[in-house]
Ligand binder design. Structure first.
Ligand code: HEM
Length: 518
């Protein structure tokens, strides 16, 4: 061997030694996780769907805080309640960043709240949402939501009730109608409503542009490729989507402005804020984000409500009796009745928990490097909260796959139902699921009061006025609690199902017919 060859071999060995001993030692300080492959690291390990289930399985090996690396990005997964509370709630601002999606930015979503990290823009948009979507929002808009829910139930029961239907079209219309009413004071007119169609089309561009298929989302530098170069197709696609998203934003807000000018405007977030001329673009974005953040999530929770009621006639019956004892058939229940309808309230909590809505919440980004329990969480790491894992911890929620509203109620002797056989009385046992379903800390969902009011009103009015028969899949095969299935996605939707829905009696029909949009 020549001297040069010997030197080359020794150098190569030295490099290998550094790679082998130094690099792993550093990364050993990251939370543990599957080792992956050279260069690709965990890219091939990443589950294609139902990630929350896979992450929960991994937690059995790696623990409640673990990490993976995908194309150079560290992803830290929090599977346990304690980790979520300590990092996301107590250490809130450090993990308040969001992931940027260059393709979504090019497609006109550069100010989307859910993709904006802390700074002046976020502060302004948070001011808008905190002022107008706080707890008063639910109270102020309750009569309008009431009328829309009644209208939805009337539509669901107004067909040949011997035929099973898929309730999602009407529930989707309801979710969109509530948001357009609160955001713009707009009342959805018919099945083919112009603004619903425009908002849905805009929402579709958001989901499509945040998908990982767009290389520019992984390699942001690509956004500077000129449009004449090969490989720049994404730019033309983004320009098309930008037109759809911007048109939807512009036309809805112009509609509210026109109503204000005519003196016809109904109370709405837009009507309150149109005077804030300092931030017109941020106002447009905030209003559009209400649809983007609220439509699919509210649809998921309300479809789960219908599925759970369809699967459990005894739950429908118990809830109906509770409502009947209060209203005595004279009216349909409303939001003010909530303190007297503990069982209906518990149904809503269980809807949030049973199958989850956004099982990994919305990913966060670490704004600085942090040490936690001896592990390093590096700046820019993506943080995922596995809410599903918290909701399905059998120590916290016994028989987690069962839909059991009773778990939130006191026992007959007045003690908290599930604590009787446990010594520790303050351990969050069967804790109210509302606490987690909307995320936690400074980036918690701003639409939670509105969504929760909508869900309660829908649950109370449905059990008061309707029967929902056992569900089947689209081929007519019965669905049971064990065979229920959900579609993949950031927001988890029940797979399509059919059920017969009919008004309880002629009095219920009359009460439903009374509902006029407010
Ligand atoms: C059942 C219904 C809903 C569920 C389960 C839900 C859940 C969530 C979750 C888990 C997050 C992420 C929170 C975090 O990072 O900690 C979020 C964010 C968000 N939600 Fe909701 N949401 C619902 C309805 C709504 C509604 C009705 C609106 C609007 C009126 C809305 C607007 C938003 C917005 C704008 C964000 C982004 C907040 C930010 O990044 O600071 N959501 N939601």
């Amino acid at each position: 061997m020549t001297l040069l060859a010997a030197f080359t071999v020794l150098s190569a060995l030295a490099v290998l030694a550094v790679v082998h001993f130094v690099v792993p030692r550093r990364s050993r300080r990251l939370p543990p996780g599957p080792s992956g492959w050279p260069i690709l690291r965990n890219l091939l390990d990443m589950p294609k769907e139902n990630e929350w289930l896979v992450f929960r399985e991994w937690a059995k090996t790696y623990g409640d805080i673990m990490s993976i690396n995908v194309l150079g990005n560290t992803i830290v997964i929090l599977n346990g309640e304690q980790e979520v509370k300590e990092l996301i709630v107590s250490n809130g601002t450090t993990f308040a960043g969001r992931i940027r999606f260059p393709m979504a930015e090019l497609s006109g979503w550069s100010n989307a709240i859910g993709a904006t990290s802390p700074g002046d823009n976020l502060r302004t948009m948070k001011r808008f949402t905190n002022t107008f979507l706080g707890p008063n929002c639910a109270r102020d808009y309750a009569p309008a939501i009431d009328a829309l829910v009644t209208d939805c139930l009337r539509r669901l029961t107004h067909h040949d009730t011997s035929v099973a239907i898929d309730p999602r079209a009407q529930l989707r219309r309801l979710a969109g109608a509530v948001i357009l009413r609160v955001a713009y004071g707009y009342q959805v007119a018919d099945e083919d409503d112009k603004f619903v169609k425009m908002s849905e089309a805009a929402l579709a561009t958001f989901f499509a542009s945040t998908a990982p298929v767009w290389l520019v989302n992984t390699f942001p530098i690509m956004r500077y490729i000129p449009t004449w170069m090969p490989g720049s197709y994404f730019k033309r696609q983004a320009a098309e989507w930008r037109e759809i998203a911007e048109r939807s934003r512009r036309e809805t807000i112009e509609w509210t402005q026109a109503e204000l000018d005519k003196g016809n405007a109904l109370p709405s977030v837009a009507a309150e804020l149109l005077g804030d001329l300092d931030h017109p673009k941020l106002l447009e974005s905030t209003l559009a984000d209400m649809y983007a953040g609220g439509a699919d999530t509210t649809l998921s929770a309300s479809t789960t409500l219908f599925l759970a009621l369809a699967l459990h006639p005894h739950i429908q019956e118990r809830a109906r009796r509770e409502v009947e004892d209060l209203v005595q058939g004279t009216r349909l229940p409303n939001l003010d009745d909530r303190p007297h309808l503990a069982y209906v309230d518990a149904i809503v909590k269980e809807v949030y928990r049973w199958r989850g809505v956004a099982n990994l919440a919305l990913p966060r980004r670490a704004l600085e490097t942090t040490e936690y329990n001896g592990y390093i969480i590096p700046e820019d790491a993506i943080i995922m909260m596995n809410i599903w894992s918290i909701f399905h911890d059998p120590e916290k929620y016994p028989e987690p796959m069962r839909f059991r509203p009773e778990r939130y109620l006191p026992t007959e002797d007045g003690t908290k139902a599930t604590l009787s056989d446990r010594e520790d009385s303050d351990d969050g046992f069967n804790e109210d699921a509302t606490r987690y379903v909307f995320g936690l800390g400074v980036r918690q969902c701003p639409g939670r009061h509105l969504a929760d009011a909508t869900l309660f009103i829908l649950a109370a009015k449905t059990v008061a006025s309707c029967y929902i028969d056992s569900p089947t899949d689209l081929n007519g095969s019965p669905i049971t609690e064990d065979s229920v299935s959900y579609l993949p996605g950031v927001v988890s939707q029940p797979a399509p199902f059919l059920c017969r829905i009919r008004a309880r009696d002629s009095q219920a029909e009359l009460l439903l017919a009374d509902g006029l949009a407010v």
